[in-house]
Design a protein around this ligand. Structure first.
Ligand code: IPE
Ligand code: IPE
Ligand code: MG
Length: 249
C-alpha cells in the first residue's frame, strides 16, 4: 500500500482530525432554478458562484485537497443546450478564475476525460493547470467528464497493456499499483465526501478512492452553498468514528 492510500489508523475517537481531502458532489442547480421559475442555465451560473465560494472556504478552513464534481461522464446524456451551457460556464470559469486561484495559492488540476471536450476547452484546461502549477496552499481537482468506472477501467487497461509488453509482472499488480494508475495517483484518498441537494448517492464519483470516505449529505441546493455549510459538514465529519475495519478499543 502506498503512503497515499495508507489509511491513518486511529483507535477511539480522541481529538478527531480535520479532513485533509474533501470531495463535493455539487448537486441541485436545476432544482434551485426551478424553484425560482428561471432557466436551468441560471441555476448553473449561480452554481459556478458557489464553486468560487467553496474554493475560498476550503482554503480558509484548512483543507489541503478539494475535489469538485462538476460534470460527470453521464452528464453528456443531458439535452445538447444544457451541455453547451455547462461547457461554456466551465470554460469561462477556467479562463477567469486563474488569477484569483493564483492569489489564493490554489493549484488546479482537471481529472476526467478532457479529450471529450473541444480543443479550445482542452487548451483552457492546460493553460489553467500550467498557470497554477506552482501553488501549494490548496490542491483543487475539478472533475470534468469524470466517471469512477471509466477511470478504473482505463487504469486496468493501462496495466494490462504494460503487462502484455513485459514491463510489469501481472502477479505484482496490487492495490497500490492500481491506485498509482488512476488519475489521482499520489494524492491522498478523500476523507470526507459531501453531496448537496439531499440526494444520497455517489453517482460514479471517486469510486475507488472513496472506499473509506465519510459521507455527509446536506439538503442545501448547490447554488446556496456557503462557508457555513462547509463548516457544518466538517464538524459532522469530526464527530464520526473512523475505524477502517479495525476496532475502536
Ligand atoms: C448539478 O446540478 C450540476 C451538474 C450535475 C452538472 P443539477 O443540474 O444536477 O441539478 P438538479 O439535480 O437537476 O437539481
Ligand atoms: C452528479 O450529479 C454529477 C455532478 C454533480 C457533476 P447528477 O445530478 O448528474 O447525478 P444523478 O443523475 O442525480 O445521479
Ligand atoms: Mg442533479
Amino acid at each position: 500500500m502506498s503512503a497515499a492510500t495508507q489509511p491513518i489508523l486511529r483507535t477511539g475517537n480522541t481529538s478527531p482530525a480535520a479532513p485533509v481531502h474533501v470531495g463535493i458532489i455539487m448537486d441541485g442547480n436545476g432544482r434551485w432554478a426551478a424553484a425560482r421559475g428561471v432557466p436551468r442555465a441560471l441555476g448553473h451560473k449561480a452554481g459556478a458562484e458557489a464553486t468560487r465560494r467553496a474554493v475560498q472556504a476550503a482554503g480558509e478552513q484548512g483543507v489541503s485537497w478539494l475535489t469538485l464534481f462538476a460534470f460527470s461522464s453521464e452528464n453528456w446524456r443531458r439535452p445538447a443546450d444544457e451541455v453547451r451551457d455547462l461547457t461554456g460556464l466551465m470554460r469561462h470559469y477556467l479562463r477567469h478564475e486563474v488569477d484569483q486561484l493564483v492569489e489564493q495559492g490554489v493549484r488546479l488540476r482537471v481529472i476526467g476525460d478532457r479529450t471529450a471536450f473541444g480543443s479550445g476547452m482542452q487548451a483552457e484546461i492546460e493553460r489553467a493547470e500550467a498557470a497554477t502549477a506552482g501553488n501549494t496552499r490548496l490542491n483543487l481537482n475539478v472533475a470534468l467528464s469524470y466517471g469512477g468506472r471509466a477511470e478504473i477501467t482505463k487504469a486496468a487497461r493501462d496495466l494490462a497493456r504494460r503487462a502484455a509488453a513485459g514491463e510489469i509482472d501481472p502477479d505484482a499488480i496490487d492495490e497500490s499499483a492500481l491506485a498509482g494508475a488512476l488519475e489521482t495517483a499520489g494524492m491522498p484518498d478523500p476523507d470526507l465526501i459531501i453531496r448537496t441537494s439531499g440526494e444520497q448517492r455517489i453517482s460514479n464519483f471517486l469510486l475507488w478512492q472513496a472506499a473509506y470516505a465519510e459521507l455527509v449529505f446536506q439538503p442545501v441546493l448547490w447554488p446556496d452553498y456557503g462557508p457555513e455549510h462547509m463548516r457544518e459538514a466538517i464538524a459532522e465529519f469530526r464527530r464520526r468514528d473512523r475505524r477502517f475495519g479495525a476496532r475502536a478499543g
